[in-house]
Design a protein around this ligand. Sequence first.
Ligand SMILES: C=C(O[C@@H]1C=C(C(=O)O)C=C[C@H]1O)C(=O)O
Length: 364
Amino acid sequence: MNASLDILPLSSWINTEGKPLVIAGPCSAETEEQMLETATQIKEEGFAHVIRAGVWKPRTRPGSFEGMGEAALPWLQAVKQQTGLPVAVEVATPQHIELALKYGVDILWVGARTTVNPFNVQELADALKGIDVPVLVKNPVNPDLQLWVGALERLNQAGVKKLGAIHRGFSNAQEHKFRNSPMWNIAIELKTIFPQLPVIGDPSHMAGKRAYLYEIAQRALDLHYDGLIIESHRDPDKAWSDAAQQLTPAALGQMLHDLHVRKESYGSDYASQLEIIRGKIDNLDRELLETLANRFALVEKLAEYKRDNNVAAYQVDRFREVLETRAGWGRSLNLYPNLVDELFKLVHMESIRKQTEVMNQVNA
Ligand SMILES: C=C(O[C@@H]1C=C(C(=O)O)C=C[C@H]1O)C(=O)O
């Protein structure tokens, strides 16, 4: 994909002393007291760089708690004053932006349900023209990398240079272990397109349940995410929204303490070891491709035979046998079963494509 962003590094707009950025706070601002108590406890734990709170909550159905709106913004001012930490809220309309800025909100984020709508994102981008405020863009609810990229581009083209992405996972059509499937590949692709873009993991919305937060947060750090945004409430079970996925500030402090932060770069010893191993991997990958090319050359030969004898390209029994035997070989080589299965389904698709191409050539 041909895309680029003109943005400032994260470290130029927030000082995390080289550590991953941590944004913590309740799902929703409920009362002034709840905000102040939660934020003070978070501050005391000492891990957070930013306090978050939902003020306008996009709810799936009417009738659930939709956030306290403007009334909550002075509470965030009080939080800022009391903790000295910057505050972040979600904005979904130009009016939200205006109000958030009026009350001194330091960081804005665009929610997953907003990122899906380019009209909506463009309105936000237009409202942000000429305003120097960091904006974090959550992935769209559906696994569409282009929409995420497009939203980032719209904001950047409006002049937002303090820009980052939040990976919160993607809606599931069916029951799934996680509330929102991480689909890590999509975020990896995003980072490949925009290597300088800060990407922040949102374990709370992926997990949906406290018990899964640690494994997701660790995975994000393993992938060298630039930070985490995690919901924390003074009394999670009594939270007005997302009760099952919030942690007390103390439990969050413990979890963050237990996580392993992967190094940003490696020393010269590591570097040379890494180079040697990567060289070997390069050779193997080349051999892998040569092997595939040899396989497809045989498939082509077979296709000529099928064409001349009027035999179908797809042979279900043989394909089932291929999948079964390869699965067994994979198991004995300790390869992940899904990898072997997906790999041969992909190879088979290409095999059929090649064969139909050969079979539809006018007989030589
Ligand atoms: C190569 C063949 O054609 C197809 C491709 C296969 C493959 O690539 O392994 C297997 C079965 C067929 O659906 C074949 O018939 O053997």
